[in-house]
Design a protein around this ligand. Structure first.
Ligand code: SAM
Length: 343
């Protein structure tokens, strides 16, 4: 494993974890209604999304990201909601691409709008994209995205991103028991040998609206077992501390896969991630029930140094390790929705 190369300014939380990744949600809106994330019954036409005035402007996001980078952030991921429904996202990418110290500038997207935007985003300075795709057959995929979106258009988005130099692409699939288990093999077969990596995500109890039950989780170990039975695998060492996915390579040289096992094998001890919601709140855990308001600060006369100091205070006080403490009681906490704080 490559050791974590901390810089002298790196701040540590109460469990000695540095702040290394910042996920920035640019909108709480999405054009999909994935049943495990933004179910229609909760996010229907009468749902109150954030009013425009409450959403951070790109320049405000840039200031907060700069403050994070001053404290050790090296990886920035734009997410949402669906980040590509935010107009002129390439402008934000351009602002962030100029910040010295960011080693990895990426975007997580459902790829529905990627085919026409990939080149502009790459030109603005985006390094990579991660695409979410839960199945390769339309009946299953459409039952999951719940807006009738076809697989072919996601594949077109992936192809456009590759052509624009945004690869190798990570493709994330959430696996839910009884819903898309067959996609485990389909996706492995499709992406083997393409240079792109499929990563299977255990269905998580994020938010409060998806009716999560432990029985719906397909454990990462089972996913690995299933693929290994068809195409033998071997584990790959992590690249860096805090890497989210456990990686495996095909023994026949056809590339890698990953599993993200935040339910069955929690990895809080290595969690180096902070999340900024579209309305400017900083969350230090995906399963948090509350965030820290940075919008009030960026909209006041606070200087960049004040902003960095506020971030430092939040991070040094951080003690979250929800996934390790998860119990039947914590599952029912009023946690913030993933579509709100960003996946
Ligand atoms: N709209 C973008 C997308 O689809 O990638 C970005 C936001 S989405 C919330 C980010 C990721 O979170 C997606 O890969 C999605 O599948 C995943 N996700 C959402 N709810 C989840 C859950 N309950 N368990 C596991 N992953 C989930």
């Amino acid at each position: 494993m490559t050791p974590f190369m901390g810089n002298p300014l790196t701040v540590l939380d109460t469990l000695a974890r540095p702040m290394r990744d910042l996920r920035v949600s640019v909108t709480d809106r999405c054009n999909f209604r994935c049943v495990y994330c933004m179910p229609k019954e909760v996010f229907g036409s009468d749902h109150a999304f954030l009013p425009r005035a409450e959403i951070l402007h790109f320049e405000e996001i840039e200031r907060i990201v700069r403050a994070g980078v001053a404290l050790g952030v090296r990886k920035v991921r734009l997410t949402g909601g669906e980040p590509l429904v935010r107009k002129n996202l390439e402008h934000l990418v351009g602002l962030l691409a100029r910040i010295e110290g960011i080693e990895d500038l990426t975007l997580t997207t459902n790829a529905s709008l990627l085919a026409t935007r990939a080149q502009v985003l790459a030109d603005a300075g985006l390094h990579r994209v991660t695409v979410s795709l839960d199945a390769l057959d339309d009946p299953t995929f459409q039952a999951m995205n719940d807006v009738g979106f076809p697989v072919s258009r996601v594949l077109e988005g992936i192809a456009a991103a590759e052509a624009a130099g945004l690869g190798p692409i990570k493709v994330n699939a959430v696996i839910r028991r009884g819903l898309n288990e067959h996609a485990i093999g389909d996706l492995a077969e499709h992406f083997r040998g393409t240079g792109n990596t499929i990563r299977y995500i255990e269905y998580m109890d994020v938010g409060h609206s998806n009716g999560w039950r432990l029985d719906d989780v397909v454990p990462a170990a089972e996913i690995i077992q299933r693929i290994n039975a068809r195409w033998p695998l071997e584990p790959v060492d992590p690249d860096y501390r805090g890497e989210v996915a456990q990686r495996y390579r095909y023994r026949d040289g056809a590339g890698e896969i990953g599993v993200i096992s935040s339910v069955t094998q929690p990895f809080c001890g290595d969690c180096t991630r902070a999340r900024l919601s579209a309305d400017g709140h900083l969350y230090t855990c995906l399963f948090a029930t509350a965030g820290h308001d940075l919008r009030a600060l960026v909209r006041s006369s606070a200087t960049d140094a004040d902003l960095a100091e506020a971030l430092r205070v939040i991070w040094t006080g951080r003690d979250d390790r929800y996934s390790e403490l998860r119990t039947l009681e914590t599952v029912d906490l009023p946690k913030v929705e993933m579509s709100f704080i960003g996946g």
